[in-house]
Design a protein around this ligand. Structure first.
Ligand SMILES: O=C(O)CCC(=O)C(=O)O
Length: 321
C-alpha cells in the first residue's frame, strides 16, 4: 500500500512515481508472451511471402524495431486495446493482444494495492489501456512516428480520451516501466499540480494524430521529467497534464499504461470490456480467469464488427466539451 505521505503527494502534484513495485517475476511473463507474439507474427509474414522478416536469432528489441519499420501494421498487433476508430472498420486490422500475461499485469496485487490506497477497495479495471513499445525515433518510418504507441506523446490529459459519460469517473492511470525509461529514451514528463486546472480543450499539435493541450495553456512550462527504472510505476490523476519525450537513444523503451476506477463508475469506453479487479465487499465479483477476459475482448470485437454495437468507440479528443 502507499504511505500517507505518498497519497498526499499524489493529491498535491497529480502524479506519483513509485519505485521498485514490480520485479522480474512480475515482468518476465509479459516479455515471454510478447516474444512469442512477435515470433508468431513474423511467421505469418513469412508464410505470406515476405522475405525481409528478421528471424528468431535476432534479439527481441532489434527484431521488433526492424519489423515496426518494415511492417508498421504490427503496431496494432502488439497493442492491448482494439484500435480507436469511430466509423468504418477494417476487420483485418481491428485486433488487440489480450493474452494471460497482460491480464496478470492488470490484476497484479502489487499494482492493485497501490491503486487501493487511492481509490478504495472496490476497483474496476478500465478497458482504456495501451501497450507502448517505442523503438529509437530515428528508426521509425515517417508514418509510424505519429503513432503514440511507438512515437512520443504530446501534452495531454487522460480524461479527454474517454466519452463524456466518464467525466465524473475517478479514473487513475498506472503507467508501468517494463524497461528503464530515461530522459534519453523517452520517459514521461508531468506538469505538477496541473490536475487542479480542470479539463482543457485539446487541439491538433506538432505530432499528427496526437491532439495536444494548446501552447497558450502550457505557457512555457517545461514540467518535471520522470525517469523510471524497470518495475517502477507512475500514478496519474486523470487531469494531470503530461507527455513523453522522444526516444533519441538506441534502445527500445517499453511501457504499459492501464487505468482503474471505482466499481460502478463508467469507464468512458463502453464498447470495450472492463472487469472487477478487486472487491473486498464481494470477492466473488473479481475476475481471475485470463481466458474469460480474453473472450470478453473477442466478444466486444465481434459486437463492433457485426454492427451490433452502434455507439462511438472513443472520444474525439479535439471535440469541444
Ligand atoms: O508512455 C507514453 O509514452 C505515454 C503514456 C501516456 O501518455 C499515458 O499513459 O497517458
Amino acid at each position: 500500500m502507499l504511505s500517507d505521505v505518498q497519497v498526499a503527494q499524489f493529491h498535491r502534484d497529480g502524479f506519483l512515481l513509485v519505485e521498485d513495485v514490480l520485479d522480474d517475476d512480475d515482468l518476465r511473463p509479459l516479455e515471454t508472451e510478447y516474444s512469442a507474439l512477435l515470433d508468431a507474427y513474423a511467421q505469418r509474414l513469412v508464410a505470406a511471402g515476405k522475405i525481409d522478416v528478421p528471424g528468431p536469432e535476432v534479439p527481441f528489441a532489434e527484431r521488433y524495431t526492424t519489423m515496426v519499420r518494415r511492417f508498421p501494421d504490427c503496431i496494432d498487433e502488439f497493442n492491448i486495446s482494439l484500435p480507436l476508430v469511430n466509423g468504418e472498420i477494417d476487420p483485418a486490422a481491428f485486433r488487440a493482444h489480450t493474452g494471460p500475461a497482460v491480464f496478470g499485469l492488470l490484476t497484479n496485487p502489487k499494482i492493485l494495492d497501490a491503486v487501493e490506497s487511492l481509490l478504495g477497495p472496490e476497483i474496476a479495471s478500465s478497458p482504456v489501456q495501451q501497450m507502448r513499445l517505442k523503438p529509437p525515433l530515428a528508426r521509425l518510418s515517417d508514418d509510424s512516428v505519429a503513432h503514440s504507441s511507438v512515437g512520443n506523446t504530446s501534452w495531454h490529459q487522460d480524461t479527454v480520451a474517454v466519452l463524456p459519460e466518464a467525466l465524473t469517473t475517478d479514473q487513475i492511470t498506472v503507467w508501468v516501466a517494463v524497461t528503464d525509461a530515461s530522459e534519453e529514451n523517452g520517459c514521461l514528463v508531468s506538469i505538477p499540480k496541473s490536475h487542479l486546472e480542470g479539463a482543457h480543450r485539446h487541439v491538433p499539435g506538432p505530432i499528427p494524430r496526437e491532439p495536444t493541450v494548446p501552447a497558450e495553456i502550457i505557457d512555457g512550462r517545461e514540467g518535471e521529467a520522470l525517469p523510471a527504472e524497470r518495475g517502477s510505476i507512475i500514478l496519474f490523476d486523470k487531469q494531470n497534464i503530461h507527455c513523453s519525450k522522444p526516444n533519441v537513444s538506441t534502445q527500445l523503451r517499453w511501457s504499459v499504461d492501464i487505468r482503474y476506477h471505482p466499481v460502478g463508475q463508467a469507464s468512458g469506453r463502453p464498447a470495450f470490456p472492463g472487469f472487477v479487479a478487486r472487491s473486498r465487499a464481494d470477492p466473488t465479483a473479481e475476475l481471475h480467469d485470463p481466458d474469460v477476459w480474453n473472450k470478453m475482448w473477442a466478444d466486444a470485437r465481434e459486437r463492433i464488427i457485426s454492427g451490433e454495437y452502434t455507439g462511438p468507440i472513443f472520444q474525439d479528443w479535439m471535440a469541444e466539451r
